[in-house]
Design a protein around this ligand. Structure first.
Ligand code: GLP
Length: 264
């Protein structure tokens, strides 16, 4: 695991975007991105948009797969992840909407939606780089505590903790859906690279458990300890519970040239 501690949120976005751009350059313009909703990756999308504008990134043939979706929201609901991804990823990054995929959370066909999504990811050649945030309870995507570490895209019930965290996007807590469809932890682990971003003190406990705790379904993100190429980019506040913070900082400052990021 590569842990990068940044002074602030803007730098988190710049570093995560540089990492993603490095991977995209190795793969080529047909790179397959895994994209996440939530506040955490917004600075990363800003960073990617800046690299695009500077001609340092080519996403002209890129595809994207979102992690998750609420179940049962009306088509076009502004807080459906299909809409959030359109506003925060597809449009700002100029992706071809026909190549941006979101799990189907409509009630019709829900039983087969997970399997269909898994097949679509495989048909696209698999995810090259998966962008992730983390929930305060350690969830990634909507894989709540006790999710199988090898799970695949399926319907899950949200915890009350997650519904409360996400209530800020809805008129009231009662309006937050109870069910979702999410890529599984096994699906996420199949991505070739994973870049997780987290900022703020509210994430410090989850980040501490993800990086330095035991691998356990009680902290679903901890499965990333088993990933060959996982990069965790956090600000100082989110790094607050990391016992080895100094070690991670020294490692990043002394990266060999071939691993260094273009942060100009
Ligand atoms: C939601 C999403 C996750 C996201 C998490 C944290 O539950 N399903 O993908 O990582 O929220 O969101 P935020 O980044 O806004 O704290």
């Amino acid at each position: 695991m590569e842990i990068i501690i940044c002074p602030n949120e803007g730098r988190v976005g710049q570093v995560a975007a540089a990492k993603i751009a490095k991977i995209a350059a190795e793969v080529g313009p047909g790179v397959v991105l895994g994209v996440a909703t939530g506040s955490s990756p917004l600075s990363t999308y800003d960073g990617l948009a800046k690299l695009l504008a500077a001609g340092k990134l080519d996403l002209s043939q890129a595809s994207a797969f979102a992690l998750d979706e609420y179940v049962g929201l009306a088509d076009g609901h502004p807080e459906s992840y299909r809409e959030v991804i359109r506003r925060t990823v597809t449009e700002p990054l100029g992706l071809d909407p026909s190549r941006v995929h979101v799990p189907d959370g409509s009630l019709h066909g829900l039983a087969s939606a997970g399997e269909r999504y898994e097949k679509a990811i495989v048909a696209a050649g698999g995810v090259d780089v998966q962008i992730l945030g983390i929930g305060t309870n350690g969830h990634v995507g909507f894989n709540e505590p006790t999710s199988s570490l090898s799970s695949r895209t399926r319907v899950k019930m949200l915890t009350q903790n997650t519904r409360q965290d996400n209530a800020r996007f809805f008129a009231s807590l009662d309006d937050v859906p109870r069910h979702c469809i999410t890529q599984g932890l096994g699906t996420i682990m199949a991505a070739r690279h994973v870049v997780l971003v987290a900022t703020g003190e509210a994430k410090a406990d989850a980040v501490g458990r993800l990086v330095e705790g035991p691998v356990t379904a009680m902290c679903p993100a901890s499965v990333l300890q088993m990933h060959q190429f996982a990069t965790i980019v956090v600000d100082e506040a989110a790094a607050g519970h990391l016992a080895l913070a100094d070690y991670y900082k020294q490692a990043f400052e002394n990266l060999p040239a071939w691993q260094a990021l273009d942060l100009a």
